[in-house]
Design a binder for this molecule. Sequence first.
Ligand SMILES: *[C@@H]1O[C@H](CO)[C@@H](O)[C@H](O)[C@H]1NC(C)=O
Ligand SMILES: CC(=O)N[C@H]1CO[C@H](CO)[C@@H](O)[C@@H]1O
Length: 375
Amino acid sequence: PPPPAAPPESPGQASKHFNNPHELCRQRMAVKPPAERPEPISSRINSVSSQFSDGGQAVSPSARSSISSWSEEPAHSNMDISTGHMILSYMEDHLKNKDRLEKEWEALCAYQAEPNACTIGLKDGNAKKNRSTAVVAYDHSRITLKVENSQGNSDYINASPIMDHDPRNPAYIATQGPLPSTVADFWQMVWENGCVVIVMLTPLVESGVKQCYHYWPDEGSNLYHIYEVNLVSEHIWCDDFLVRSFYLKNMQTNETRTVTQFHFLTWLNQNVPETSRTLLDFRRKVNKCYRGRSCPIIVHCSDGAGRTGTYILIDMVLNKMAKGRRSLSRLIDIAATLEHLRDQRPGMVQTKDQFEFALTAVAEEVNAILKALPQ
Ligand SMILES: *[C@@H]1O[C@H](CO)[C@@H](O)[C@H](O)[C@H]1NC(C)=O
Ligand SMILES: CC(=O)N[C@H]1CO[C@H](CO)[C@@H](O)[C@@H]1O
């Protein structure tokens, strides 16, 4: 007789409920919309007196309850009101002035990073590890693997450390989506750099074109060289993103670590997400999970430059604003921050639309932060 049919999966119901922590927990989260959403910047009115309401408790991605509801993560920041308003009005003016935006983008296209040699990544033996010839890690700014632990006795991976304010510790690692031949290198990099958060910004396939290798097990565990990866849970938050939790084990030392992967599903290559609101909520969830850590966040798409650069640009600018570390003129100079990213990895932010999207997303978030502040 045929096996009994699995219970249907429907939004609002957990598809599985396990008591055994070693069994995979796959869950769909029920959406509980906040009572009031921040208005999009395009329809913002000058009054910021309307109240921002959180409208519900966010459930931790690791919760194993049978039905979970969640809402958007509220905006948090130490930004003061007058700085926020100055940033916002500057950004709004900038976004309205299409001519100026065009000129700024043209200047960015002409920008030449120096130094810019990529000889190691293009060497025989390494060249086949690159998805794209246009985006290869710079010799002076690349993640090196420990040769003795690598599958191919090589230290090369197409990945770049991205520094923010601390020149010794990268805030991010920008990398390409793993190829079938570089998956073990990818997990070695995660292991050796102490990473616990992976931000994946691409679907695996787009209109039949492979964007990234499926580098984790669909169920149970896979061994990649000496790195065993166990899928512990998968939580589908909404149509746009889901969160997976992995248990990573180094089989040489028996040490283990939990790694969380945030997977944004609906941002296509050379494109921008449909709304900045969803990406901003995704970012807040990533940062809530990351809070208090000092390891780099791994960010990848397909080539690890367009979508990856856009995400890092938004995150870096907003983090700087939240800390209020820089002077206002430095904070609002997003093009200068992008040049700083391009000094560390080629091709960061690939299209003018992506650059404009980054500006819009920053303005949207500042708007949401202002609304969340006590008036
Ligand atoms: C790792 O665990 C296995 C199985 O328990 C054991 O045989 C091996 O000695 C351990 N290795 C180290 C380095 O602790
Ligand atoms: C420069 C170069 O050789 N690029 C290669 C990187 O690796 C991919 C996948 O193996 C190849 O298709 C590229 O030609």
